[in-house]
Design a protein around this ligand. Structure first.
Ligand SMILES: *[C@@H]1O[C@H](CO)[C@@H](O)[C@H](O)[C@H]1NC(C)=O
Length: 449
């Protein structure tokens, strides 16, 4: 009697588990299909991995805010501070990649900031080797070296340089110039005291992706303009998918890609800029609506100033001078700076312009607006064709070339940030273009450092 009741219970439980599995599998598939699916532009490479990568990103990073937005509880930028808290690393345990054993991986303090240092094993005592300082992405508002561990480790492991991944302060709590000042502090410290870390300070380079690419470019510019600082010059800079200007959000790449890529679209990028510029987070969507139309800059500055030359589409390679057709995005009329009639700003828009105009032309915020790039070190720029930020990178490359800086560009047929694997199933998520991005960085650094 007892026995059979127990058996009954066990088989009941088995049935429940089975039923849960039977329901869960199609539910997960349906979730991926409905919320994870991102249509891809024509010409994108390795489409299945790209799609899977975006589905994971959609489910982890986008879905919660799509739901709260639909229910009227706020959209993406309303949750920035929540996301910052959620991504706080557990400082009591070592960084995840410490377990791989190929490198020594330690979290430590440097110049008042937390950093993760990746160091090859088996160095002889007193040996000095080159170093790479890495600045993570996340729109100046998200992520940290621990989140980035799975993306920085492969670079540190293949280059075998000392790699220092920096935790800088984030907007909106700490808008420009706090993040870039933090990075400058760490880089100056490394250039000054690197020897104590085993670093050959004459062979230090800087790298960063997304907002980190902007910060790396800004740091390199600032240091190259301080000839009398007595610090050794940076050896190279590596900029992956960097945002480099906040003047024109209607470049062909912004227009052609628009919001069709969930990883990073035009509205989201403009929102990150708004927070970095120090505009009130509570009104970020109002600012976004003005800025995506370029109504935060007077037509005079946007089209007839020396700055207009830096964002002139005629400086782009011919195939990128006009927004290409994107089957995933409805055509928007007059959606390009050059084709639009000039319209004076409203008094509110003018007010915004007057508030941010000094930032917009400040090279520390907007490296593309620097009058002189001649002192910069050798540069690698990694871009994706299907990224709103593609033209920022191409325009910067054009100016660097003109200034006589040794410059290499790798432009993949992938998407923004395709080198991330989120530490999950790299075989499945790492698209060919993502692997190529990492490889181009590795071989460049191995050669240049
Ligand atoms: C690190 O690099 C070594 C040598 O190239 C390689 O064998 C190893 O698999 C790499 N480690 C990881 C965790 O990728």
């Amino acid at each position: 009697m007892n026995n059979s009741r127990r058996n009954g219970k066990t088989s009941n439980r088995k049935n429940t588990v089975l039923r849960a599995v039977v329901i869960a599998i199609p539910a997960v598939v349906a979730l991926f299909a409905i919320f994870g699916y991102s249509p891809l532009a024509d010409g994108m490479e390795d489409r299945y991995r790209a799609m899977l990568h975006m589905a994971v990103d959609n489910l982890i990073n986008q879905l919660p805010y799509k739901i709260t937005d639909a229910l009227g509880y706020g959209a993406y930028f309303d949750f920035i501070r929540f996301m910052q808290r959620r991504s706080q690393p557990d400082l009591s345990s070592p960084p995840g990649s410490a377990a791989y054993g190929d490198l020594s991986v330690t979290r430590t303090g440097l110049a008042g900031r937390t950093v993760i240092i990746y160091k090859p094993k088996g160095l002889t005592k007193g040996e000095l080797i080159p170093a790479l300082i890495y600045l993570h992405g996340g729109g100046w508002a998200l992520k940290n070296p621990d989140w980035y561990d799975s993306s920085v480790y492969p670079i540190a492991n293949c280059t075998r340089k000392i790699t220092i991944s920096v935790d800088y302060r984030l907007s909106p709590g700490h808008p420009f110039p706090a993040p870039v000042n933090d990075c400058l502090d760490v880089v100056r410290h490394v250039l000054k005291h690197g020897k104590t870390l085993g670093i050959d300070v004459s062979r230090v380079g800087i790298a960063g992706d997304d907002a980190g690419g902007n910060l790396a470019a800004a740091v390199a510019l600032r240091l190259s303009s301080e000839k009398s600082s007595g610090l050794p010059a940076l050896k190279f800079q590596v900029l992956l998918w960097p945002p480099l200007q906040a003047m024109d959000f209607k470049t062909p790449s912004y227009t052609e890609t628009g919001d069709s890529m969930s990883v990073l679209g035009r509205h989201k990028m403009v929102g990150y800029w708004a927070l970095y510029l120090g505009l009130e987070p509570a009104k970020v969507y109002d600012y976004i609506n003005v800025m995506v139309q370029n109504r935060h800059v007077t037509p005079q500055v946007l089209r007839h100033s020396k700055y207009a030359e830096y964002i002139d589409v005629q400086k782009l390679p011919v195939k990128f001078r006009k927004p290409r057709k994107n089957p995933m995005r409805a055509e928007v009329k007059g959606d390009s700076t050059t084709n639009e009639p000039e319209r004076k700003l409203s008094s509110k828009e003018l007010q915004l312009f007057n508030r941010i105009k000094h930032h917009l032309t400040n090279p520390l915020l907007s490296p593309l607006m620097a009058p002189d790039l001649g002192g910069l070190p050798s540069t690698l720029i990694v871009l994706s064709e299907f990224d709103v930020l593609r033209d920022d990178g191409l325009l910067y490359a054009h100016r660097l070339r003109q200034a006589g800086v040794p410059i290499q560009v790798y432009i993949g047929r992938g998407f923004h940030g395709d080198f991330h694997t989120y530490g999950l199933f790299p075989e499945l998520l790492h698209s060919r273009t993502g692997q190529m991005s990492v490889q181009s960085v590795c071989s460049y650094i191995t050669r240049e450092a």
